[in-house]
Design a protein. Structure first.
Ligand SMILES: Nc1ncnc2c1ncn2[C@@H]1O[C@H](COP(=O)(O)OP(=O)(O)O)[C@@H](O)[C@H]1O
Ligand SMILES: [Mg+2]
Length: 337
């Protein structure tokens, strides 16, 4: 199994004179599901278009399965694409939508039938063969789009925000479905999302991107527990990020004594890592919302706003009242400047 199944070397991608992605270097392992994660505009789609052959690189090299495909046309790269919009043919049945690419290849009818039926079974759409896309739910249409790509047996499947048009529940369902299909077929998948929970749930590895560059690359567990920068920490849900000076936290609003020497120039806490109802500091409750297993508070503090989660079995503190809190060393993520 190649750990350079897809390999991007010094890949620079531009629109006119604007460089969207400068010198991207990334190796993708055969059979892995890798997620490109990052805010809107960070270059995820641009990178995917280059891998697919829809955007010619300004410089650099793209290899797939050992071959240099930098100048290979899109239809010769063995790449499948699934987008947010399903781009299905509305006048064709589900079966014919999936069979479409196979028919272009002029395969014998029996093979087309067998591959199409297998593809529809893989995504759980057996029985839907005669439906038109307009007679199917959003989730079913997205699965159809997935089947249409899978039957072409691509070396790599690129998925660009494929779940963002689905409602929250379907999104979760399709997330599991995608993971299952990937494990069943063993196909290498590059999955683009701006949703960190989606990337954490799905990916074998996450590439966190910022301004066209890789900010951090690691397993979901690594990015979740050990974000390497304030940007990564912020993206991974450390909503309280402050600079340190000696044993103080400082912000534009003020400062707060930590009670211990700060180990790094920046410290970050998840809302769940802030202690509430106990501790040396006082904050005023600006907002309070029930979140099932916990209560989410927004506190006004000398540092500005602090987001803190309290266990649901502690008494609710009314808006405007003061509440004690602590920013414990134990739950702090120390970050270099
Ligand atoms: N067709 C285009 N022409 C000019 N600039 C573009 C074009 N498409 C994207 N960009 C720019 O390239 C950068 C990366 O965009 P994109 O790859 O679409 O980001 P993402 O998919 O991460 O949201 C952005 O600054 C965006 O404005
Ligand atoms: Mg995009």
């Amino acid at each position: 199994m190649s750990d350079r199944f897809v390999s991007l070397t010094d890949l620079t991608l531009s629109y006119g004179s604007t460089i969207a992605v400068p010198k991207l270097n990334l190796d993708i392992t055969e059979g892995e599901l890798i997620a490109l994660l990052g805010p809107s505009g960070c270059g995820k789609t641009t990178s995917m278009r280059a891998i697919a052959g829809l955007l010619a690189p300004t410089s650099g090299r793209i290899e797939i399965d050992g071959a240099d495909v930098t100048r290979t046309p899109a239809n010769k790269r063995g790449i499948g694409l699934v987008f947010q919009s399903y781009a299905l043919f509305p006048h064709l049945s589900a079966f014919e939508n999936v069979a479409f690419g196979l028919r272009l290849q002029k395969l014998p009818e029996a093979q087309i039938r067998a591959k199409t039926e297998a593809g529809m079974a893989t995504v759980g759409l057996t029985g839907f063969e005669t439906r038109k896309p307009g007679e199917m739910s959003g989730g079913q249409q997205q699965r159809l789009a997935l089947a249409r790509s899978l039957v072409m047996e691509p070396k790599v499947l690129l998925l660009d925000e494929p779940l963002s048009n689905l409602d929250a529940r379907l999104r979760l369902e399709m997330r599991n479905e995608l993971q299952r299909v990937q494990k069943d077929t063993g196909i290498t998948m590059v999955f683009v999302t701006h949703d960190q929970s989606e990337a954490l749930a799905l990916a074998d590895r996450i590439v966190l991107m910022k301004d066209g560059q890789i900010e951090q690359l690691g397993t979901p567990a690594q990015l979740y527990a050990e974000p390497a920068s304030a940007f990564a920490a912020d993206f991974m849900g450390f909503e309280n990020i402050f600079r340190t000076e000696g044993s103080d936290l400082v912000s534009d609003s003020g400062r707060l004594p930590l009670g211990y020497a700060a180990p790094e120039p920046i410290l970050a806490w998840r809302p769940g890592g802030v202690a509430v109802g106990t501790g040396p500091h006082q904050g005023r409750v600006l907002a309070s919302s029930f979140a099932g297993g916990h209560r989410e508070y927004v506190l006004d503090s000398p540092l500005g706003q602090i987001k803190a989660d309290a266990p649901i079995d502690t008494p609710e503190v009314p808006l405007g009242d003061m509440i004690a809190f602590d920013l414990p060393r134990a739950t702090a993520r120390p970050l270099a400047a």
